[in-house]
Design a protein around this ligand. Structure first.
Ligand SMILES: Cc1cc2nc3c(=O)[nH]c(=O)nc-3n(C[C@H](O)[C@H](O)[C@H](O)COP(=O)(O)OP(=O)(O)OC[C@H]3O[C@@H](n4cnc5c(N)ncnc54)[C@H](O)[C@@H]3O)c2cc1C
Length: 498
């Protein structure tokens, strides 16, 4: 008889888990509170524009990167058009600094700005070049690895020990402190949170250099719709507008879920592909935690929630370079957003994807890191909340107009999401958009997919894979299917879509 699995959440991790479990003969039902697939990997339509709420880069877009195999099994790669842009991020302050995706060009550019840092820049770029060859295996669940697998992993890593040792413990602020030149130092600190792991960004640049992390034309819904299709084609059940309120536990075993309408569903296993905090502390009343897990939620930094603005502009911006993550524009005077003064803001001009706007027009987005508590407080009064959102949209328009004169008069659509919006639509703790922030220490953590003392409950997705991102969904989804197959003494198999 087929074993039954209930999966809470139809985001990337839920859909990937479902697809891999279906490949292995489990009877799966995904319960999703929203009405579309994808969770955070989402886009929404506004006045003829598509406000893309996620996709910057897709790790594993070519076979040179180990995630490719997973995306192929999941039917995401097939038929997609990838774009590889020259610049990852641009900082326009006193000088313009581009984080180029080609390592040689990045080196030349940084040296041209700061000849005094030539030795350090060359050393850094040599490190990036070394990493191009490192492809960490992601296929197999570490929970099931044998000593032989461990030895193989060590053998893979061995040639890279020097580069990992040199840069692996550095945060962005440690790294930036090495530059004598203030323009370069400030550029790196402007782009990324100071505590962010340098190694995480070095891998990203190395993948981009070898064109293994591209942008998918069509954006986030290309990923989410493909995953939904793959899962349904494999015979999985997916229920939208179905919100889970509790995980039902009997004799320390998860046996099902209770929905907000009071109905109950039962299964052999429950997988939470939804928010970690809600799973552990709300749905299970915090009964199955130890100090380690409590410590994560007490102490670890998260990707701060965003104020996310979408603007529809009747202009093609074809005269501006295509830049993956956008441009930071410094401002003549600080502006207040989310209770904090900012010396500049970053705008992402989606002139690289014409599918997101009507012909000749362009989607522009702005993402500003913020605090959940600030917005939760303001949201108590809807008029104030709406006024704050409108003020931020106007600010984004003002900055755009300052840099692209006439743009204010070309605005046709504005859309503002806050951390409260992210929480409401995806359930993520504090409205976080990618889970645990990978500091050098956090990036090395291996988090458990089970909870102490509780049987048959598993967790997948960004809250058990520090650094989060779309790959965390594919990886933990594959691993959880391997873990259940192992438990049920079945051989784990995969198929590719026809
Ligand atoms: C602006 C932005 C840019 C990003 N850029 C990138 C990028 O370029 N590359 C990249 O790899 N990643 C990027 N990410 C991160 C990536 O989108 C996430 O890390 C990833 O999608 C998380 O997937 P998940 O399935 O683990 O969680 P989620 O997407 O949060 O999925 C959880 C699902 O559970 C559902 N749910 C929650 N509570 C309940 C309930 N009670 N009942 C039923 N269902 C429930 C939610 O509705 C949601 O669908 C970005 C994210 C954002 C917001």
């Amino acid at each position: 008889m087929e074993k039954e699995v209930l999966i809470i959440g139809g985001g990337v991790a839920g859909l990937c888990s479902g697809a891999y479990l279906r490949m292995n003969g489990y009877k799966t039902t995904i319960l999703e509170m929203g009405d579309k697939p994808g969770g955070l990997c989402m886009a929404w339509d506004r006045k003829g524009y598509t406000v893309d709420g996620c996709l910057h880069w897709f790790v594993g877009s070519t076979p040179q990167q180990s995630f490719y195999k997973l995306w192929e099994e999941l039917g995401v790669i097939q038929g997609k058009k990838f774009l590889y842009m020259d610049s990852l991020f641009r900082i326009e302050k006193d000088k313009t600094v581009d984080i180029f995706t080609n390592i040689d060009r990045l080196e030349e550019h940084m040296v041209s700005i700061s000849p005094e840092d030539v030795r350090f820049i060359k050393e850094f770029c040599r490190g990036l070049t070394d990493l191009i060859k490192l492809d960490m295996p992601v296929e197999n669940a570490p929970e099931l690895s044998s000593p032989l697998d461990g030895a193989k992993m060590m053998a893979t890593m061995l040639p890279f020990m020097k580069v990992l040792k040199r840069w692996g413990r550095m945060s962005i602020s440690d790294f930036a402190a090495n530059f004598k030149n203030t323009t370069l130092r400030n550029a790196w600190l402007t782009w990324l949170p100071p505590e962010f792991s340098l190694m995480a960004i070095m891998f990203t640049i190395a993948w981009m250099h070898k064109k293994a992390a591209g942008y998918i034309i069509g954006g986030s819904m290309e990923v989410s719709n493909s995953l939904e299709k793959r899962y349904l084609d494999l015979g999985g059940t997916l229920k939208y507008k179905t919100e889970v309120a509790k995980i039902i536990v009997e004799k320390d075993r998860a046996v099902g879920v209770r929905l907000v309408d009071g109905s109950e569903l039962r299964a052999d296993y429950v997988i939470s592909a939804a928010d970690g905090y809600t799973t552990v502390f709300d749905w299970l009343d915090g009964k199955y935690v130890d100090n380690k897990i409590r410590g994560y939620y007490d102490d670890l930094p998260i990707f701060k929630p965003l104020v996310y603005v979408g603007l529809g502009i009747n202009r093609d911006f074809s005269d501006y370079p295509q830049i993956i993550s956008g441009t930071y524009f410094s401002l003549p005077e600080p502006v207040e957003i989310s209770g904090k003064d900012r010396n500049g803001i970053a705008l992402r001009i989606h002139n690289f994807d014409s599918t997101l706007a009507p012909k000749g027009k362009t989607l522009v987005t702005m993402m500003v890191e913020s605090e959940y508590g600030y917005w939760a407080e303001i949201r108590k009064d809807l008029n104030t909340y709406r006024a704050k959102k409108e003020a931020i949209a106007q600010l984004a328009i003002k900055v755009l107009d300052m840099k692209f004169p006439g743009a204010a008069a070309q605005v046709e659509m504005t859309d503002v999401s806050t951390p409260v919006t992210f929480k409401r639509y995806t359930g993520n703790w504090q409205g976080s958009y990618e889970g645990w922030l990978p500091t050098p220490e956090v990036a090395m953590l291996r988090m458990s997919k089970t909870l102490p003392g509780l049987d048959s409950l598993y967790m997948v997705g960004q809250w058990v894979a520090p650094g989060g991102g779309l790959p965390s969904g594919a990886m933990t989804g594959r691993h959880i299917a391997q873990i259940l197959c192992h438990r049920d003494k079945r051989e784990f198999v995969t198929t590719k879509p026809a």
